[in-house]
Design a protein around this ligand. Sequence first.
Ligand SMILES: [Zn+2]
Length: 302
Amino acid sequence: MRQSPAAVVAAVDVGGTRIKASLVDRSYTVVTQTTVATPANIREDIGQVVTSTVRSLLADAPAASLAGVGVVVPGLVDEAGGIGRLSVNLGWRDLPIRDAVAQGVDVPVVLGHDVRAGLLAESRLGAARGHANVLFMPLGTGIAGALMLDGVVIAADGWAGELGHVVIDPDGPVCPCGQRGCLEVLGSASAVERAYAAATGQSASAEEVAHRTEAGDPVAGEVWNAAVAALGRGIVATVTLTGVDRVVVGGGLAQSGEVLLAPLRADVMARLTFQRPPQIVPAALGDRAGSLGAACLVWDAL
Ligand SMILES: [Zn+2]
């Protein structure tokens, strides 16, 4: 389809606490963007919430002509069916998100998964450019994973990539998913905060634990190293099973930079025996990866 030079897509990343939205042109330049709090009634009103966010973006860019809308959401997502299968955080099950949004706009709407879309964006515009076999691993309050193998982002009907719920330590703490010792309860930012509080009786953010580790605090260092070791095991399992040769680490915990990445590289290298060693690099697109990925999805569909 031919688009006018001012054609843009609206890219909307609906998260547990914030909705990040932007208008993005064909060369992936962000024309305008906004962030709003995710309303409590998002489940019932997702169509209206997304369309009113898109309208407010268009009001900021009067020359822009809307060609499509891409929406990405967390949880289990049926991209082909346009359905949010399950999001524990946002409280929905089998929600027909694409159709709900399509009722409010007269352009095509595409639904995607936030982390798989983020991987797509990192592969086109960011830290995975030029790589065909990639693990994208955002580390925050939870841990997500998305895989690109032979240049294809793997969805498996929405079930692929639940790296946060791979069991690392069968005797570890109980995970909200019902298993014990999942990567998410050992290696996420929340896991670092819980372990530090348990060891010291003090509360500190994961970022602060990283600072204290860097400053040589032995208790912080022990907590940090345990999280790094859990992440290393998760990465090595993924490398062994899939053959990825590039690991892109994103999310809040990746803001710690080399305090995380340097020991993580060393841990992974020490665990590998025959496998191809992956490059472990920080994500490049930050918290805009999901919405840029939504833009990739909808431009691809037009
Ligand atoms: Zn779990």
